[in-house]
Design a protein around this ligand. Structure first.
Ligand code: AMP
Ligand code: ZN
Length: 496
């Protein structure tokens, strides 16, 4: 099966076919850098990372852009209210530029803590004012936008018949809930701002288009300008949280397609359901949010948090609980133990058995891939990993089988990024080898072949109930500096 993605544009799962064979251009609405990003934001960002990892696993060349919104995102997500950056500036008694850099740095640190593949571009809105101006200028020229005496520039939604096609909102239905602009300067109350003029606004630019008045850009035009600058007029994938769908993404489609005349602006739209706390959206404005750092400060690892955020499919709402993080820890320890064991067998630290595991690995690999091909179903993919762990724990892998199992785990981790790395050499090979400075592979060769043979002979003796011989072999191993540790999965060697 090929990758199927649920496309908000068509409201169904569709086979994913990028415009150019083998290449994928994706854009993700990034953070508004006015406070610490919360883990709900990262639920949405993680979908982007997962999609990139899976596409790269499938052999695509991915070009990924995630923006930073550092101006123009007003409190009501549309044209009204105050700029979130300025509220933060007042709150923290810093200028908004400093606020922006401070929280952008925090966002970038969180990407590292949560093991993201860093997007190829992380553009800032404030550094793309000229690109926004060029689009606004063109929209004015084509009659899709108009300027009012205050200097504000609006997009005229009636000039774009496709308005509503992404969110499935019908223009007439939108009347409700839209109060007529106090200033009454819009031709249609649903027209949205491309450029705003407000002398009190701290972040201001000379208008980057002819005849304009000094001001600042609307939030929606930022994403159109940054996505098309780096990815061209037609993106393959655009993602965001479900609250971005309207008005933000609807407006992006309208202004981008009106500007280029080359629809579709994006072929596949993916929207992530919210992370909830006690049934309510986790939101900065609600004050019910948990930051990445708060989770780490409680002693959970980035991988555990990543796992907890990824284990529910992105199109299902997920409820955050601290117990969920404990469950993540338990689950990941199971994976870790199983990975440690196959690493030891593959490197001769633990006796090998007869199982080459070829069918088991093929089954796990196929189940894992099929789950992700089905609209990135992470819960099914993780189920495939745990079924693999269960099967492995019952098996007696050969050296080659254990090595193949290691590679299977490595692929699962490469795609999900939430399983953790293979246990470090200290756990697999024992402290003495680690202290010797050897890595995993070097350490493996440090277990001499004759020692491995002695261990196998001791096993055979025990099986034959020749305990005297088994004890003699154990003592012989001890004499050579090796200790046998018996585990439920069988014995393993550690430096004595
Ligand atoms: P913001 O920093 O508010 O611009 O949000 C950044 C991204 O996080 C956007 O794509 C939002 O849709 C998304 N987002 C915000 N709150 C949540 C949440 N509780 N769960 C999932 N995604 C969210
Ligand atoms: Zn955006």
């Amino acid at each position: 099966m090929a990758l199927q993605l649920h496309n908000t544009l068509t409201q169904r799962k569709e086979e994913f076919v990028p415009a150019l064979p083998g290449e994928v251009r994706m854009y993700h609405c990034g953070p508004t850098v006015y406070s610490s990003p919360h883990i709900g934001n990262f639920r949405t960002f993680l979908l982007a990372d997962l999609l990139r990892r899976f596409l790269e696993d499938r052999g695509y060349r991915v070009h990924q852009v995630m923006n930073v919104t550092d101006v123009g995102h007003l409190t009501n997500d549309a044209d009204e209210g105050e700029d979130r950056m300025e509220i933060a500036a007042r709150r923290e008694k810093l200028d908004p530029w400093k606020i922006a850099r401070k929280y952008e740095d925090e966002f970038r640190e969180c990407l590292a803590k949560l093991h993201f593949r860093v997007p190829h571009e992380i553009p800032r809105a404030t550094e793309h004012i000229a690109e926004m101006g060029a689009i606004i200028q063109d929209l004015l020229r084509k009659g899709h936008a108009y300027q009012v005496p205050s200097g504000n520039v609006y997009f005229a939604i009636e000039s774009f018949p496709g308005y509503g096609k992404l969110s499935k909102k019908v223009i007439e239905d939108l009347e409700e809930g839209y109060r007529v602009e106090v200033k009454g300067e819009k031709r249609n109350p649903k027209d949205f701002a491309l450029w705003k003029v407000d002398p009190k606004h701290i972040m201001q630019w000379d208008a980057p288009f002819a005849g304009g008045v000094r001001g600042f850009p609307g939030w929606h035009i930022e994403c159109s300008a940054m996505s098309m600058k780096y990815l061209g007029p037609n993106l393959d994938v655009h993602t965001g949280g479900e609250d971005n769908l309207f008005p933000h993404h609807e407006c992006e489609v309208a202004q981008s397609e009106a500007h280029t005349g080359r629809p579709p602006f994006a072929r596949y739209w993916l929207h992530v359901k919210h992370l909830l706390v006690d049934g309510k959206k986790m939101a900065k404005s609600q004050g019910n949010f948990v930051t990445v750092q708060q989770v780490l400060d409680k002693g959970y690892s980035g991988v555990e948090l990543r796992y907890a955020l990824m284990r529910v499919h992105y199109r299902q709402t997920s409820n955050f609980t601290w117990a969920g993080l404990d469950e993540a820890r338990t689950a990941l320890n199971r994976v870790r133990e199983s990975r440690g064991r196959v690493a030891r067998i593959a490197t001769g630290r633990e006796p090998a058995g007869p199982d080459d595991l070829a069918p088991e690995i093929a089954r796990a690999d196929a189940a894992f891939t099929t789950a992700l091909e089905d609209d990135l179903n992470t819960s099914e993919a993780l189920a495939a990993v745990f079924e693999f762990v269960r099967v492995l724990n019952k098996a007696r892998p050969s050296v080659a089988g254990a090595d193949a199992a290691r590679r299977a785990f490595a692929r699962f981790e490469d795609v999900l990024g939430c399983l953790g790395s293979e246990p470090p050499p200290s756990e697999v090979l024992g402290r003495a080898v680690l202290q010797g400075g050897a890595g995993l592979e070097a350490g493996a060769s440090a277990v001499p072949a004759e020692v491995q043979t002695l261990l196998a002979q001791r096993q055979a003796a025990r099986k034959a109930k020749d305990f005297a011989e088994a004890d003699r072999l154990r003592d012989e191993l001890a004499r050579r500096g090796w200790k046998i540790v018996d585990t439920p999965q069988g014995p393993r060697l550690e430096p004595a």
